[in-house]
Design a protein around this ligand. Structure first.
Ligand SMILES: Nc1ncnc2c1ncn2[C@@H]1O[C@H](COP(=O)(O)OP(=O)(O)OP(=O)(O)O)[C@@H](O)[C@H]1O
Ligand SMILES: [Mg+2]
Length: 355
């Protein structure tokens, strides 16, 4: 089991050889220095923020002991692993460790593991309980195709006493035959309201001092990924006394919205050399990479109402090219030149359209 288990049942934990480990686990996941993503990992299904319909459905199915094979998919940090661990905790309580087999990307999951470890676990029936066992295959988009093919038969063969829960980011990497054996639930990025509520909960519990714009910046940079949001909050809390907008952007090395506004102004209004130098200075002062500036410029291309459609299209295309070249490791300076040049070239068209 990769996931540290918290159990309230001393008998079960003693049976599983737990007492010595418990202190260690607590310090790692509950202590003052623990990563907040683990410390505030939802323990029960009620703690999982958002995804209300999914949680309600899963709750109902577990309550009636009718849990089907599950396939949970969606972007990182949206609560997939937390949800299934909460389900396992709810079904088995202290006996969770004996009744679940959790394999994730850090375990080998080639065809041999499917044939041996998974099959061994799934095939043995639990003597003292009429509950089914649970096999959690986390990050299973990294499983080889051969292993996935082998899993098809195993899932069917042991359905009587075992349920499988497959978790992945990219559902397209799971073979259709496995998909059709499972009930699929998509975990979309968390919406802003839920991220705010959850953040506020952690902010209150950890007594973080939030400054103006801090919460908004965390929500924006987190992009609906609760893990990323909590990690940013924790690193900002360690880096600055007050977590405000500037602190969040600077700690994460992202350009401030006001910086991007200046860049847009320089690009549209200044001469080539002056714009080039101003942006270079800003990059040095703030320590931001060109690729971050290009990424943040992209939404601006849709927000500036004065841009004629043709110019907008040209600029968006050029931004995409520059980002592509930067990703391939081309020189930042030359690409900055290309960025300034792209705007210089369309300037006449913008003026003509305005007249
Ligand atoms: N819906 C949620 N409600 C509350 N906290 C959440 C939620 N989703 C994620 N978190 C926080 O983010 C952390 C990571 O969540 P989790 O491991 O469940 O993500 P995941 O969907 O499995 O991501 P990945 O695809 O990267 O494995 C949790 O420990 C928790 O702190
Ligand atoms: Mg996960």
């Amino acid at each position: 089991m990769a996931e540290p288990m918290q159990t309230d049942d001393p008998v079960a934990s003693a049976a599983a050889g737990q007492p010595k480990q418990k202190q260690k686990v607590d310090r790692l996941t509950e202590g003052r220095d623990a990563p907040w993503v683990e410390k505030y990992r939802p323990k029960t299904l009620d703690d999982v923020a958002a995804h209300k319909e999914i949680i309600d459905t899963i709750k109902k199915l577990t309550h009636e002991n009718r849990l089907p094979h599950l396939l949970l998919y969606g972007p990182p940090g949206t609560g997939k692993t937390s949800t299934i661990l909460a389900v396992a905790r709810q079904i088995y309580g202290g006996a969770m460790q004996n009744m679940t087999l959790e394999l994730n990307a850090s375990d080998d999951r080639g065809i041999d593991v499917v044939r041996e470890q998974i099959q061994d676990f799934a095939s043995t029936r639990s003597v003292f309980s009429n509950k089914f066992k649970l096999v959690i295959l986390d990050e299973c988009d990294a499983m080889t195709r051969d292993a996935q093919f082998a899993l098809r038969r195993v899932i069917e063969k042991y359905t009587r006493n075992t349920r499988f829960c497959l978790i992945c980011n990219y559902v397209s990497k799971i073979i259709p035959a496995l998909q059709s054996r499972c009930t699929r639930f998509r975990f979309p990025p968390l919406d802003e309201g839920h991220v705010r509520d959850r953040l506020q909960h952690v902010v209150d519990a950890e007594k973080v001092k939030l400054g103006p714009g801090g919460m908004d910046a965390l929500v924006t940079l987190g992009g609906g990924d609760m893990r990323r949001t909590l990690n940013i909050l924790q690193s900002c809390h360690m880096a600055c006394d007050v977590v405000d907008e500037k602190g969040v952007y600077l700690t994460t090395g992202n350009p401030l919205p006001s910086d991007i506004e200046s860049v847009v102004n320089w690009l549209l209004n200044e001469e080539f050399t002056a714009a080039f130098q101003s942006i270079t200075k800003l990059q040095i002062d703030r320590g931001v990479a060109l690729v971050d500036i290009v990424r943040e410029l992209h939404p601006w291309m849709f927000n500036i109402a004065a841009l004629p459609p043709k110019v907008r299209i040209t600029l968006v295309e050029k931004l995409a090219d520059i980002e592509h070249r930067l990703a391939y490791g081309c020189s930042e300076q030359l690409q900055l030149g290309a960025l300034v040049a792209a705007f210089s070239l369309v300037r006449d068209d913008i003026v003509a359209a305005a007249q």
